[in-house]
Design a protein around this ligand. Structure first.
Ligand SMILES: Cc1cc2nc3c(=O)[nH]c(=O)nc-3n(C[C@H](O)[C@H](O)[C@H](O)COP(=O)(O)OP(=O)(O)OC[C@H]3O[C@@H](n4cnc5c(N)ncnc54)[C@H](O)[C@@H]3O)c2cc1C
Length: 436
């Protein structure tokens, strides 16, 4: 079947990256991906696949051929005994999670939204939180990749490219299928409550160690936080989801509708921000519930923003937050979005922010109608002073010279890229910058 084409304008979710591809193709099979790649190479055009366009960097941008794998969204096989699930790479987490659940399975950990495609999420090292857990890419046991030569490669843990193939930045080829190691479906007990920042930092090691998934949001210009502890429940525990009224109040009204209104106002009257942040932190009161893991991990995020997030060694956390507080205190800018702090364990994925290091993650956000440049630059200076590694899909200005020092397998990754994509079919300005 011929690949369908649609409008030649593409924009990311954060609306800070817009391109005009020569064409947009929706292949329905690996064979069609091969054909589109071969045609593009013959025409001298670059090729990029996009998932849900949820990256804030221009990592997915192209003026060449843009591939949307939204027709490649099936589960191809699930082995209940081993927990291994083969999916087409275009399936979104939103489509995947309930289908895994129906088979008694789940991904071991997730980030906080689910529109991303599996290929898009793993390509940038998407992660959630959990001091003993990893990003989504660590669940990959095999990848099917279409290379610039139009070959179809199956890369499993015995393959010499395995270390490079789980977080690829989209630089090695088009991922068409992925095998994921899932776990038995599980319920989580969620406990959310306010806690003063000094108290959180005073016991952060225990909070990370004692909870399966611990994170907190710090409200800038205040000492207020909202902490979240999510833990697996003993066998026999039943679901106790958030009531509909409470869900509407906390997750829709306070986190989305009212938050959008607040951001529109404070974008014009920034002096109000500290008082509004204190009020917002107080409005989110404590709550507990028990639900299927993916319902607990995933939240609705309808207020549009831009984001920068860096992974750092865990011991850096109090220093990093102290330096951010000093920047806020110096009166440079009033920031309305909470700062999100998460944790993961060291993994063996070459370009994962978690590579061989137990991390904390600090994420800074700016409402999309406000310019994030000064805030994110100041934050990046603080993060890089603490060996920060930026999320590949979130805003930063670093380049290959920095990453060559930051990732021990950076040169190995670049060597594999040279073998697989010598003509840079899968490159763009962002990849030229970060990979050289
Ligand atoms: C509201 C929001 C919340 C977020 N929450 C989190 C979070 O909790 N944790 C976190 O870590 N990140 C988070 N992110 C970032 C997001 O998870 C990543 O940027 C992710 O890469 C986006 O997935 P996507 O499907 O939109 O991919 P895109 O942004 O469309 O693409 C990302 C990369 O993957 C490549 N790619 C996509 N499909 C393929 C393919 N088939 N083959 C080869 N390469 C491919 C693209 O070329 C590009 O390089 C969030 C982003 C937003 C906007």
């Amino acid at each position: 079947m011929t690949a369908r084409t649609t409008s030649p304008t593409w924009q990311n979710w954060g609306r800070n990256v817009t391109t005009h591809p020569v064409r947009i193709a929706h292949p329905g099979s690996t064979a069609e991906v091969v054909r589109v790649v071969r045609e593009a190479v013959a025409a001298g055009l670059p090729v990029k696949a996009v998932g849900a366009s949820h990256s804030f960097t221009a990592i997915a941008a192209t003026d060449g051929v843009l591939l949307r794998l939204d027709r490649m969204n099936a589960i191809l096989g699930a082995d209940a005994a081993t927990g291994r699930v083969r999916v087409q790479a275009g399936i979104s987490l939103h489509e995947l999670n309930p289908q895994l659940h129906a088979r008694g399975l789940a991904l071991p950990n997730l980030g906080d939204v689910d529109p991303q495609s599996v290929a898009g999420a793993v390509s940038t090292g998407t992660h959630g939180t959990g001091g003993r857990l990893f990003g989504i890419s660590a669940a990959i046991v095999a990848v099917q990749l279409v290379t610039a030569a139009g070959d179809v490669q199956e890369i499993d843990d015995q393959h010499e490219w395995f270390g490079a193939s789980r977080v690829t930045l989209g630089a090695l080829g088009i991922v068409t299928e992925v095998t994921l190691q899932c776990v038995p479906a599980f319920l989580l007990h969620a406990r959310e409550e306010p806690m003063p920042l000094p108290e959180v930092l005073g016991q952060v090691d225990e909070l990370v160690a004692d909870n399966d998934h611990f994170e907190f949001y710090w409200f800038p210009h205040t000492e207020k936080t909202s902490v979240k502890r999510n833990n697996r429940v003993p066998d026999g525990t039943g679901r106790r989801p958030v009531g509909r009224l409470r869900h509407w109040l906390d997750d829709e009204l306070l986190s989305n509708t009212a938050f959008e209104g607040i951001n529109r106002v404070v974008a014009r009257r920034r002096a109000l921000v500290p008082r509004v942040n204190a009020l917002a932190a107080s409005a989110l009161s404590a709550r507990e519930y028990v639900d299927d893991s993916y319902n607990v991990f995933i939240s609705s995020r309808r207020v549009r923003f831009r984001e920068s997030e860096f992974a750092m060694p865990r011991e850096a956390l109090p220093h990093v937050l102290g330096e951010l507080a000093a920047w806020f205190g110096a009166g440079h800018e009033n920031i309305s979005f909470p700062i999100e702090v998460r944790f993961t364990a060291a993994d063996d994925v070459w370009l994962s922010t978690g590579h061989e290091r137990d991390n904390c993650y600090v994420a800074v956000h700016q409402y999309w109608r406000s310019d994030p440049t000064a805030y994110f630059a100041a934050a990046q200076d603080i993060f890089t002073a603490h060996e920060g590694r930026p999320h590949w899909g979130k805003m930063h200005t670093l380049d290959a010279s920095y990453f060559a020092k930051t990732y021990s397998h950076f040169d190995d990754f670049v060597d594999i890229r040279d073998q697989l994509d010598p003509g840079r079919t899968f490159s763009n300005a962002y990849l030229d910058r970060v990979l050289g």
